[in-house]
Ligand binder design. Structure first.
Ligand SMILES: [Zn+2]
Ligand SMILES: [Zn+2]
Length: 141
């Protein structure tokens, strides 16, 4: 059993981060997304942040290391208790991911030799099991 963890970020920091996230999402909306499926064989692969959709990685088609799922800013938010599902900061309890037993992946794909990232924890190796919302106090209010 994990312990409930409160974010190290103050409510003001959380609000600023949420505002910056909205700005990244807006920026990402204006950028043309490249669909890897539509590229010819041998093309580089484009990966986008799962939260804000900005470009996080461009890797050769033959890459075997997993791509970055999140940009640095969103990764930091996740570390401070941001819930991807709720799109809010929460107080959380970390537990080892039961789907991958804390490995973060489910072995390598037989054909591509790429690590198959765990769908439950998205490679984070742990899951949030309590998601009580924190109160966001807007610094602009
Ligand atoms: Zn992001
Ligand atoms: Zn997992």
């Amino acid at each position: 059993m994990g312990m409930t963890t409160h974010s190290d970020w103050t409510p003001e920091q959380q609000c600023l981060a949420l505002g910056a996230l909205e700005e990244r999402k807006e920026k990402a909306k204006k950028e043309k997304k490249i669909n890897n499926e539509s590229l010819i064989a041998g093309s580089a692969m484009y990966y986008y942040c799962q939260i804000c959709s900005i470009l996080t990685d461009v890797l050769p088609e033959t890459h075997t290391d997993p791509p970055k799922n999140y940009c640095n800013d969103c990764q930091a938010m996740l570390g401070a208790g941001f819930s991807e599902e709720k799109q809010k900061f929460v107080n959380w309890k970390m537990e080892t991911c039961p789907a991958c037993n804390g490995r973060g992946h489910r072995g390598r794909n037989y054909y591509t030799k790429r690590l198959v990232i765990c769908r439950r924890c998205h490679g984070a190796r742990h899951i949030l099991v309590e998601d009580e919302e924190t109160i966001c106090i807007s610094p602009r209010a």
